[in-house]
Design a protein around this ligand. Structure first.
Ligand SMILES: [Zn+2]
Length: 256
């Protein structure tokens, strides 16, 4: 059912889920590149093949997703087939996501935000949120390749921001990686504006202005923390401060 590029990994730092291929790149790609740059492994799991997309075919999108995985230096990318526009909240879909979490054993999970325009995004958010919890239950048995998996509950869950404007709980400084992350977005060439391809049906994201709009948001979030580019995230619960001085660094590192 699942197709995976890259090695099947053991423990890794971050696992980013998206309802459709390109959700992750469009919303938190620069943060994922920042994590890779800090020396940690990042994997991505697309819950569907994006077969209901107005533009391109599932085959094109699969190739594009693989290309994006290379550009973005993910340790692996898994594409599930839970059904674009049929992504229902049910036991099978939940078990499939729990399997992926237990296989990768991430510290941190990224997911679609709970309040969104596309119904699949809302359902993906709920499925991943609940799977993160259930993956830690010892009595809930899942198997991969016939082998019983060990329970694992990731320590952190972050919701990225998509179409709907949501007020972020935290903003990550992505000034060093934002432009590079654009390459991951452009790997999904069939979805975006191309010069001379105007006979295609218009969609929300193939307008010429769409990528400019994304940059404007990154600039706006960046401005709120006094840097060039930022990516905003919502947290499901309050963030704990464990190491005080790394959360509140001395004034030599921060702007007054
Ligand atoms: Zn999507």
């Amino acid at each position: 059912m699942a197709s995976q590029t890259g090695p099947r990994t053991g423990k890794l730092y971050a696992l980013a889920f998206g309802a459709h291929p390109d959700d992750v790149e469009l919303s938190c790609g620069a943060t994922l590149l920042k994590i890779v740059g800090e020396g940690h492994a990042v994997a991505v799991c697309d819950l569907t093949k994006g077969e209901m997309g107005t533009l391109g075919t599932p085959e094109t999108r699969k190739k594009e997703a693989e290309r994006a995985a290379q550009v973005m230096r993910y340790s692996s990318r898994t594409m599930l087939d839970l059904g674009d526009s049929k992504l229902f909240y049910n036991e099978e879909n939940l078990a499939e996501i729990i399997r992926i979490i237990r296989n990768h054993r991430p510290e941190t999970v990224f997911a679609n935000p709970p309040d969104e325009r596309h119904p699949d995004h809302v359902k993906a958010s709920k499925l991943v949120t609940d799977a993160v919890y259930y993956a830690g239950l010892r009595q809930l048995e899942t198997r991969m390749d016939g082998v019983v998996q060990q329970p694992h509950r990731p320590g952190h869950l972050l919701y990225y921001i998509q179409f709907r404007h949501l007020d972020p709980d935290i903003i990550v400084d992505v000034s060093d990686t934002f432009l590079e992350s654009r390459e991951g977005v452009l790997a999904f060439g069939s979805q975006f504006y191309r010069e001379g391809a105007r006979e295609e049906p218009a969609t929300l994201i193939n307008r010429k202005e769409f990528l400019t709009g994304l940059e404007a948001r990154a600039r706006y979030f960046g401005e709120q923390i006094g840097v060039q580019y930022g990516e905003g995230f919502l947290l499901p619960s309050k963030m704990a401060v464990r190491n005080f001085t790394s959360a509140f660094p001395s004034s030599t590192d921060t702007m007054r």
